[in-house]
Design a protein around this ligand. Structure first.
Ligand code: KG4
Ligand code: ZN
Length: 339
């Protein structure tokens, strides 16, 4: 089955083609970072407008990449939620229209299910069940992935997502959006000794995260000092240490709770080298294994949507002519996918 995957839930337009016999054929993106940088964060209306501009040209170029005609596609998968409503509607409308014009089935995919199943597209992938840490600008979640379609949300952020906290604190430091890479870059030059921020929720016996307190604490500390280069690096260092430290504490706790020894880290914050190093050390100490899907599959992409769509379409899941998107949509409400 050849599936066209379309992702437009936030600020990346992603289109990919997945062939169940040959694997992922192509995976293309168009990032909106330059558009949103001016505002220091994602502006929903601008995001939707840019998806409108980019999605059809991307569909044309992925078909060209793999030498396919539109008539070679067997089905279309698009992100139906959760996400920004205007942005979701672009992908859903294009996906459903294409499917209708080609008289092929289509399916609305849960964005987080796409992320959770994305490691399966890599050469080295975990066995079910496994633990997944999803960390991006929009989500911070720990999910027990028991089998395809069967997910238990162990914990999530009670306020800001971890990437969002990086972005907001970077703004305080006068660093460009996206804040995560900006903070990581200068944290390398920071001193270990000058500031130490508390690890949020460290002693809470839950798997939930909270990052807005850390952001406020760090911002108040920043306001006490003249923002010279050295102070900026020292603050970035302490912020990164605390944010990563909080993620590690909860991963450890969830691994103890589930007994799992495979941990997948996905989402843009998964690019952070300190997080990667500490996750590797944690899994090594537990005789387990950490999986970091390539950055192309970690950040929002059409490939994960095509793959999750394929698993559900294969079992005969079909949609009627009307369609909806769900800006809020519980992961745990999804029906299991028969193997
Ligand atoms: O998954 P993603 O590309 O988009 C969504 O939010 O869905 O994640 C983007 C987020 C941004 O908040 C960005 O600051 C953060 O990931 N990020 C990082 C790093 N690279 C990206 N955070 C910390 N360290 C990084 N190296
Ligand atoms: Zn995402």
């Amino acid at each position: 089955m050849v599936v066209l995957g379309i992702e437009t839930s936030c600020d990346d337009t992603g289109v990919a083609v997945y062939d169940s016999a040959k694997g992922l054929l192509t995976n293309r993106f168009s990032s909106q970072i330059e558009i949103h940088r001016l505002y220091g964060g994602v502006v929903p209306e601008l995001a939707a407008r840019d998806h409108i501009r980019k999605v059809i040209p991307l569909v044309m170029s992925v078909l060209e990449d793999c030498g396919l005609e539109a008539s070679d596609i067997d089905s279309v998968a698009y992100t139906a939620g959760p996400g920004l409503v205007g942005a979701l509607l672009v992908g859903a409308t294009v996906g459903r229209s294409l499917a209708m014009a080609l008289s092929i089935p289509s399916i609305g995919v849960h964005h987080m299910e796409g992320h959770l199943l994305s490691p399966m597209l890599e050469n080295e992938f975990p066995e079910y069940p496994f633990l997944s840490l999803l960390v991006s600008g929009g989500h911070s979640m720990l999910v027990d992935v028991r089998s395809p379609g069967c997910y238990r949300l162990l914990g999530q952020t009670r306020d800001d997502a971890v990437g969002e906290a990086f972005d907001k604190f970077a703004k305080v430091l006068g660093l460009p959006y996206p804040g995560g890479p900006s903070i990581e870059k200068i944290a390398k030059f920071g001193s270990k000794r000058r500031f130490r921020f508390p690890r949020p929720m460290a002693r809470h016996k839950s798997f939930d995260f909270s990052f807005s307190g850390l952001k406020t604490h760090a911002s108040l500390e920043a306001a006490k000092h003249a923002m010279d280069e050295e102070t900026r690096c020292d603050l970035a260092f302490a912020f990164q240490e605390a944010a990563v430290g909080a993620l590690i504490i909860k991963c450890k706790f969830a691994l103890e709770h589930t007994g799992y020894r495979s941990l997948v880290v996905a989402g843009g914050v998964g690019a952070n080298q300190l997080l990667r190093k500490q996750i590797q050390e944690l899994m090594h100490s537990l005789n387990g294994k950490a999986y970091f899907p390539s950055l192309q599959l970690c950040t929002d992409n059409g490939a994960m949507i095509a793959y999750a769509g394929f698993l559900r379409l294969r079992t005969g899941n079909r949609e009627s002519l009307s369609y909806e998107v769900w800006p809020r949509w519980s992961l745990e409400s999804l029906p299991p996918i028969p193997l």
